[in-house]
Ligand binder design. Structure first.
Ligand code: AHR
Length: 630
């Protein structure tokens, strides 16, 4: 193979490899949002989902759900707990999100909104129970006011358990009203109170992503318009963020998760902050007046679209506006006077048909008129939808769209066969955002659809084609991102977790190797006069990192035989020590797991290189990154 280091073909976008975040598979509630209590504000369709009445030592009483919708439409339900027996304990337990992950020695913050309706109010005793029923942490507090007030108590857990539960006992005859019963670890990402799970956000930070797309995916659309994602309802006081049913609540039919709701504890402010923390450009996707076409497909009439469009304009002001603007001031009041430097925004997710185009035009005109610098991401949906995908592609070209969001969920073979997808692509039209992709070992959502090395290698091969065509492809992200091992709706996923642990899949390490070694300038890597895209099962690309002064070669051997390869490099002197990073195994069905999180992970070695050629043997089923100092 030849590499001409002095012939730059394309600049690599600084945002090239990013993250797609969606609250699917309990990614937010029950996942990265570190709240341990499920249904803390009693807003699920069945108000006591996740809760159970409890009594011990002769305690007795009753729990009543009270509806105060007239006063608080966004958080209507509270409970009244009446303790009728002076002896023993009466109360409720909460099961958490498939249990609660508790760590020995860790500090926990229990908070509750409470008021005592009468003088005979009862004291609250909080206990953490292990799966076996042992008390592994406890604390007390006593509501004192007849008005709603927030109470807080801290305690340290005495044991580790991934399936613990919370007991809220009331002691002494009397009654108390409760809402927003919450338990968080004190240690969160950046130790923000009521924040995010540190281990999970660290995994995102370790990707050094160019962008963070949020909040989806299909949850942007919602199962119906009433249950769409509305960013304005996801910011500010936590007890005023209206809960809704998650779009993934009943998907797939064989794995329904009827307890899947969105509390918006991870809302737009938290998304913007997280993006900033991990150095990613924020990329919000907004509902365009269409509910998910796989569900109700509800539509907002064109003459009723104004509030939706206004949400988009206000979001830009919220992210970038000065302190003299309404929404910029709100951002400052929420603790972030500096702008978030929003540069791009998605209009709609996986929508299709004329209905989408009509609404897209209204949004695009309004956004571009006021904020011409915002790049608009337009969805062309899943490649697998065939005719719709092609039609949207052609239509958006005609409309001079900025960036098209293409989704590919397909077999490993499809990814290998389409690694050359952009080699002869129209350079004059919109840029491409490979916004969702993942190789599927079996049917999507099937329990047998796995994050195998074979799938990861197919993605690595496909990505050689993305990088080689970086003048067209400006952004890419694997999807979905997170999955709880006990509560997923979709497989495969990039990062898996339980209530205490997490691991990156082989696919995660492919994303990381691309992102950490993305380079600045693509240069030609050729087999004769052809790109290396499938010859003998090999896929390759090369780029320079001008700031780090490196030449970076990415090579995928997708076969089960070793490959001897030689790269002849011109236009640059590469003598010295090369760094070689390998991700591979003779068994391409291998996967990582909670118990073996690093079974497939990058291994680094070095090699001395003399003259103008790099010769090496690449092991079977291996993705190799070779870095040469220039
Ligand atoms: O990534 C999972 C889903 O796949 C997304 O929500 C949707 O955009 C796509 O269909």
């Amino acid at each position: 193979y030849t590499i001409a280091a002095n012939q730059v073909k394309a600049k690599v976008s600084p945002y090239m490899y990013g993250i797609f975040f969606e609250d699917i598979n309990m990614a937010a509630d029950g996942g990265v949002y570190a709240e341990l209590v499920k249904n803390r504000s009693f807003e699920f369709n069945t108000a006591l989902t996740g809760w159970k009445e409890q009594q011990k030592n002769g305690g007795a009483g009753k729990v009543t759900v009270v509806n105060r919708a007239d006063d608080r439409p966004e958080n209507p339900h509270v409970i009244t707990v009446d303790v009728t027996s002076p002896a023993g304990y009466f109360g409720l337990s909460n099961e958490g999100f498939r249990g609660m992950g508790i760590k020995k020695g860790e500090t926990y913050n229990f908070t509750v909104m409470a008021r005592k309706p009468s003088k005979n109010s009862t004291a609250i005793q909080v206990e953490l129970h292990s799966a076996k029923g042992l008390v592994i942490g406890k604390a007390q507090l006593a509501p004192v006011s007849t008005n709603w007030q927030k109470y807080h108590v801290q305690f340290v857990a005495t044991a580790t358990d991934s399936k613990a539960s919370l007991f809220v006992w009331l002691k002494g005859k009397g009654s108390v009203d409760l809402d927003m019963i919450s338990l968080f670890p004190a240690h969160t990402w950046k130790n923000r109170p009521a924040g995010l799970r540190a281990d999970l956000v660290q995994k995102l930070a370790d990707l050094k992503p160019g962008f963070l797309r949020f909040p989806g995916g299909c949850i942007v659309e919602g199962r119906d318009l009433a249950n769409r994602y509305q960013w304005k309802k996801s910011i500010g006081d936590i007890d005023k963020r209206e809960n809704i049913i998650n779009r993934w609540n009943t998907e797939f039919a064989h794995r329904p998760t009827p307890d899947y709701y969105q509390t918006f504890g991870l809302g737009f402010m938290e998304y913007f902050l997280t993006a900033e923390d991990i150095g990613a450009s924020p990329l919000p996707i907004l509902n365009c007046g269409m509910a998910c076409q796989f569900n109700t497909g509800q539509l907002v009439a064109l003459d009723k679209l104004d509030p939706y469009v206004q949400d988009a304009l206000d979001l830009i002001e919220f992210a970038n506006g000065g302190l003299n603007t309404k929404w910029g001031k709100l951002r400052a009041d929420l603790g972030h006077p500096k702008p978030f430097n929003l540069k791009m925004m998605g209009v709609g997710n996986e929508q299709w048909g004329e209905q989408y185009i009509d609404r897209w035009k209204v949004f695009t005109k309004a956004i571009k008129d006021k904020y011409p610098y915002i790049q608009i991401i337009s969805s062309v949906g899943p490649y697998a939808s065939g005719k719709e995908f092609d039609l949207l592609n052609t239509t958006f070209r005609g409309l001079n769209a900025d960036i098209l969001d293409e989704h590919y969920y397909n077999s490993p073979k499809w990814f290998l066969d389409h690694a050359n997808r952009y080699d002869n692509y129209d350079r004059k039209g919109p840029k491409i955002f490979a916004g969702e992709y993942a190789a599927q070992s079996k049917t999507t959502g099937s329990p047998d659809n796995k994050n195998t090395l074979e799938c990861a290698l197919a993605e690595a091969a496909f990505m050689t084609g993305l990088e080689r065509n970086a003048d067209v492809v400006v952004m890419a992200s694997y999807a979905p991102l997170f999955a709880h091992v006990d509560a997923w709706q979709w497989t495969p996923d990039l990062i898996w977790f339980d209530n205490l642990r997490s691991y990156g899949t082989p696919n995660y390490y492919v994303q990381q190797l691309y992102s950490l070694n993305k380079g600045t300038d693509v240069i030609p890597l050729l087999d004769g006069d052809k790109a290396v895209s499938g010859q003998d099962g090999s896929y390759a690309t090369a780029c320079l990192d001008k700031s780090k002064k490196e030449l970076i070669i990415k090579f995928v051997n997708s076969t089960d035989k070793s490959q001897s390869v030689e790269f002849n490099i011109s236009g640059i002197n590469i003598s010295g020590r090369a760094t070689m990073i390998s991700l591979g195994n003779t068994d391409k069905t291998i996967m990582n797991s909670l118990d073996k999180p690093m079974a497939i992970s990058p291994i680094t070695s070095t090699m001395v290189v003399n003259g103008k050629a790099v010769k090496l043997s690449v092991a079977p089923n291996t993705f190799k990154v070779i870095k040469l100092k220039t």
